[in-house]
Design a protein around this ligand. Structure first.
Ligand SMILES: *Cc1c(COP(=O)(O)O)cnc(C)c1O
Length: 469
């Protein structure tokens, strides 16, 4: 067998990577802050006319670059929606990179196109779509939202009506929705913020009133965006009621399920998404709660013709979009050349099995509930938003402090624990309060992790209070 210089490097990288993974989680930092020297080292490496040795440069990446990151796979990575990646996804990703198929369409990689179609069909059917459905893999939730919003625009508005189109979101919608709407030609002045109730869910009656008001003004309501699992609190909008409002007014219903739509895998909890079948489009980020490496997201639509209308240059497609013919992904999304994002997800489903994924998802939901139960045992912790999906928001309270002081205190508590490397925890704002937000989607998080985290938060709070008094 011939010697290949990259081969040795690759196997070294993989074996040291797995050695590192065996380190005890309590010895691993969840985040490592780079010093200014760390940046300096990289800045000083100019791009040389004559190349540097591969081995040396790989070492630089391993020692000086990759250590400085939010470790999304750490069981106590509670910030953002972390990426508790399954190793099998990494393997699928490596394989995909090595063979580097172009997943643009059926011609360049036919069996991969089949795999993508199987996955899209599987998730469409899970959502309750019955026929004519379709969809496409894109890099992430933001691009998925943009893709769906463009389809909504083109389905509901003629070209000369775009300046009258109005979109409806709740204040809890992800910022990629606003961004997507703007890119789709809908400025902030035509993005309505629908009121939410005490549980932060969009109020269908308010939505309907706003739609009617806009119609009376001669504007054209064209899309409502519900969220199934808000990034802030895991809140699921009342999908069925919103869907019905949309039906009554011929408005496209988009559901941003980047985070929460994965719960559709669970037998026990899928009913939380009741009404998602009303959605004309829904998106799902597999690089969140389906344990994939970055990036992997899906746009799912009730009628694939809508995607063809927006993204295909070939009008003949539209005529028989629902025939059995193979549709190339370049014709139903914004991209042409692209990596085969679905292969790693396919491998994960094959190797772990759907029951295992469902079990993991159920476990995460239980962990958030457990954390809530434990926090409620102490009068110092106020639950601001109860456990929903795998998300919970709470804050430290102390009667002698003003609201402003409490905001500062909670920010500092989060900074302290984040800085300590024990857990990634950030704050967010809910109901005008600074709150500590925890997302428990790692299947490796344990009750002990959660108890110890509360203990440490308590300790930081006590220290900060002593310091401020
Ligand atoms: C994460 C998230 C997005 C954005 O997804 P990216 O993959 O980061 O682009 C959109 N919507 C919701 C609800 C999210 O949680």
């Amino acid at each position: 067998m011939g010697h290949h210089p990259m081969k040795e490097q690759l196997s070294n990288i993989i074996s040291t990577y797995f050695e590192e993974k065996t380190v005890d989680k309590n010895q691993q930092l969840t985040y490592k802050e780079p010093s200014s020297e760390a940046f300096e080292k990289i800045i000083q490496l100019d791009f040389p006319a004559d190349g540097r040795p591969l081995k040396e440069m790989v070492q630089v990446l391993k020692e000086e670059v990759f250590p400085y990151r939010v470790v999304g796979e750490h069981p106590r990575s509670f910030a953002f929606v972390p990426a508790p990646v399954e190793d099998v996804s990494k393997l699928g990703d490596i394989l995909t990179t090595l063979y580097n198929p172009n997943a643009a369409g059926w011609f360049s990689a036919p069996v991969i196109a089949q795999i993508h179609k199987l996955l899209i069909d599987y998730f469409c059917q899970k959502m309750g779509y019955t026929k004519d459905f379709g969809g496409v893999f894109v890099s992430g939730g933001s691009l998925a939202n943009l893709t769906a919003l463009i389809a909504a625009r083109d389905d509901k508005l003629e070209l000369d009506q775009i300046t009258k189109g109005v979109a409806y979101v709740s204040a809890q919608a992800h910022h990629s929705i606003n961004k997507g709407l703007r890119m789709a030609g809908i400025p902030d002045s035509r993005i309505r913020r629908v009121k939410t109730d005490g549980a932060l869910k969009m109020i269908p009656e308010s939505l309907e009133e706003m739609i009617q008001e806009d119609q009376q003004k001669g504007l054209i309501p064209f899309v409502v965006i519900g969220t199934s699992g808000t990034t802030n609190s895991g809140t699921i909008d009342p999908l069925e009621d919103l869907g019905k409002v949309c039906q009554r007014h011929n408005v496209w219903f988009h559901v941003d399920g980047a985070f929460g739509a994965s719960v559709i895998m669970s037998k026990k909890n899928a009913s939380l998404l009741k009404g998602i079948e009303y959605a004309d489009s829904t998106i799902l980020d597999a690089h969140k709660w389906l344990y994939q490496t970055y990036t992997c997201a899906m746009v799912l639509v009730k009628d694939k013709k809508t995607l063809l209308k927006s993204f295909s240059d070939d009008p003949s497609y539209l005529q028989d979009a629902h025939s059995g013919q193979q549709i190339d992904s370049w014709d139903i999304g914004p991209e042409l050349s692209r990596p085969a994002l679905g292969v790693k997800l396919w491998l994960t489903l094959q190797v772990l099995g759907t029951d295992k994924l469902a079990e993991n998802i159920d476990y995460s939901i239980e962990m958030a509930k457990y954390l809530e139960t434990e926090l409620k045992k102490s009068s110092h912790w106020e639950i601001v938003s109860s456990a929903q999906l795998a998300m919970i928001n709470f804050r430290y309270i102390d009667k002698s402090k003003t609201e402003e002081e409490l905001d500062q205190l909670n920010s500092k508590i989060a900074q302290k624990i984040q800085g300590s490397g024990w857990a990634n925890i950030l704050t967010t704002e809910l109901k005008n309060k600074k709150v500590i937000r925890i997302c428990t989607i790692s299947p490796k998080v344990t009750k002990e992790d959660l108890l110890e985290t509360i203990d440490r938060l308590d300790t930081f709070a006590a220290e900060l209070l002593v310091f401020s008094n």
